[in-house]
Ligand binder design. Structure first.
Ligand code: NAP
Length: 465
């Protein structure tokens, strides 16, 4: 029986139910002339990764991408095992015993560090924590952000920094129609934050945010956007000359428009600063101020433009700091990990043993754990396709290992034994329907469950007394 025949289907475990995992599953199940079965695992009872726990709640259209994933999930050959943590409930070795191939797509769970004094003071947060909190991720629901402070600083010039700044100044009415977690709506509606200062270490022409996200800062109901013209005049021409690409050019145009505006007297402000880096976060027991150094731009190798610190310093008072300088992957036991990049070493999605310098048969990656935390949701489609093409070629050319227990039922038995309260796709559908039903009377897309116990109860996995 050749691999991929009806009697001997190619069995693939996909670990991580975010966009990369779903695109990979979709590509696998569309394989020409091969019978494929996909089991997808997620440590949460809910699928969709950062579409659920990362995308800003005031961007509901972006979330409609889940309809594509739902089509994949409706396939007979697809199964979902939520509330199952690979590395805890099941080991990497368990997967190797049950599947011809394992594809990791669990993203980048933690944050990058600034490495400056005061980074761990109360009031200094990773943006990733704030994002997960307002999106109702069960692991972050207990966090308490002191929003009684007047000024917040957001470090970083990416789209996550834009999301964080916007969420801090949305009106209660704007929040009320979103799927922002209830605990966050309550806290943000009482927020005293009047000014959000976003710090870019390089110039306007090197910012990582994209045009629509930047433009949105100029359309906020209760906040004026502020850009000091001198910060643009000093740096933008050079930025364009070197960077040259369309997004950067447009960003600079939008920023020029912002700089030309007179404040309209809205009660809050979002201030964009450039060419400054935090060198210390100061405070007696909690964040009180951020010490900045001014940077200048210089050419690095291969056309790169770097920020180089000058000896000009300034201090700004602030009671909250959000470090929004990128996500970072975490390792999984038994799988190689590149500590420097925070990714699993791979060649176009085939996991590579760094010592032997060759691909490990049957092991693949897609998404942020493959390429690092970059790109929009759609980027993962091409990324997953590249990986899956290699996986299918390996299957067709007989390069995949033979697992001990490839039967579909054998895996289901193992999961039932190790994690009796796991949630399969019909369980998620019950959670989904209940969330949407709670949101409907309030004109909200859903009211999220933020506790795993509540999700399990709705999914019929536990009954609470
Ligand atoms: P990002 O786009 O990589 O931006 C990270 C920012 O942090 C950059 O401006 C970077 O500056 C800065 N940075 C890095 N190290 C720093 C340091 N030590 N000090 C000061 N600044 C530092 O990352 P992200 O914002 O976390 O977003 C991740 C991905 O998700 C991106 O591809 C983003 O577009 C995507 N995303 C998209 C949306 C959307 O489409 N609406 C929303 C959220 C996220 P340098 O450039 O100088 O390194």
């Amino acid at each position: 029986m050749s691999l991929g025949s009806i009697d001997n289907p190619l069995r693939v475990a996909v670990v991580g139910a975010g966009p990369a995992g779903f695109y990979a599953a979709g590509h696998l199940l569309a394989a020409d002339g091969l019978a494929v079965e996909v089991d997808m695992f997620d440590r949460l009872p809910t699928p969709f990764g950062l579409v659920r726990a990362g995308v800003a709640p005031d961007h509901p259209k972006i979330k409609s991408v889940t309809r594509v994933y739902e089509k994949t999930a409706a396939r007979q050959e697809y199964r979902f095992f939520g509330n199952v943590c690979i590395g805890e409930d099941l080991a990497h070795e368990d997967l190797l015993r049950h599947y011809h191939a394992v594809l990791y797509s669990f993203g980048a769970e933690t944050d990058r560090r600034l490495g400056i004094p005061g980074e761990d003071l109360p009031g200094s947060w990773a943006a990733t924590q704030f994002v997960a909190w307002y999106n109702g991720h069960p692991d972050y629901r207990e966090l308490e952000f002191d929003l009684s402070r007047r000024r917040a600083v957001v470090v970083g010039n990416g789209n996550v920094a834009m999301d964080v700044a916007r969420m801090l100044v949305l009106t209660p009415a704007e929040l009320a129609v979103t799927d922002t977690a209830d605990h966050a709506i309550e806290a943000l509606s009482r927020s005293q934050v009047e000014e959000v200062v976003i710090l870019g270490r390089r110039g306007p022409g090197q910012a990582a945010f994209t045009n629509p996200e930047l433009r949105e800062l100029g359309e906020l109901t209760q906040a004026d956007v502020v850009v000091e013209p001198f910060e643009l005049d000093r740096h933008s021409a050079r930025a364009i000359e070197v960077e040259g690409e369309l997004t950067a050019r447009r960003n600079v145009e939008i920023l020029r428009d912002f700089a030309a505006r007179a404040p309209s007297g809205k009660p809050k402000r979002v201030v964009l600063r450039f060419l400054v880096s935090p060198v210390a976060i100061r405070g007696d027991g909690s964040v009180e101020a951020v010490e900045l150094v001014r940077n200048r731009l210089e050419h690095g190798g291969e056309g790169a433009i770097r920020a180089r610190a000058t000896d000009e310093h300034e201090t700004i008072d602030a009671g909250l700091v959000f470090r929004s300088i990128g996500y970072r992957g975490v390792p999984i036991e038994g799988v190689p990990f590149d500590e420097w990049k925070g990714t699993i070493p791979n060649e176009e999605g085939r996991v590579v043993d760094p010592e032997a310098q060759r691909a490990i048969p049957g092991l693949y990656v897609a998404g942020w754990i493959k390429r690092g935390p970059s790109g929009v949701i759609g980027t993962n489609k091409r990324d997953a396709q590249e990986t899956v093409e290699h996986l299918l070629a390996d299957a067709r050319e007989g390069r995949l290992p033979r697992p001990e227990r490839p039967a579909r039922a054998a895996l289901a038995e193992l999961v039932a034994e190790r994690k009796p309260d796991h949630v399969e796709y019909p369980g998620w559908e019950l959670i989904d329907a209940a969330e949407q039903a709670s949101g409907e009377p309030h004109g909200r897309p859903r009211v999220k469950f933020t506790q795993v116990a509540d999700m399990l109860e709705v999914a019929g996995r536990t009954s609470r007394v």
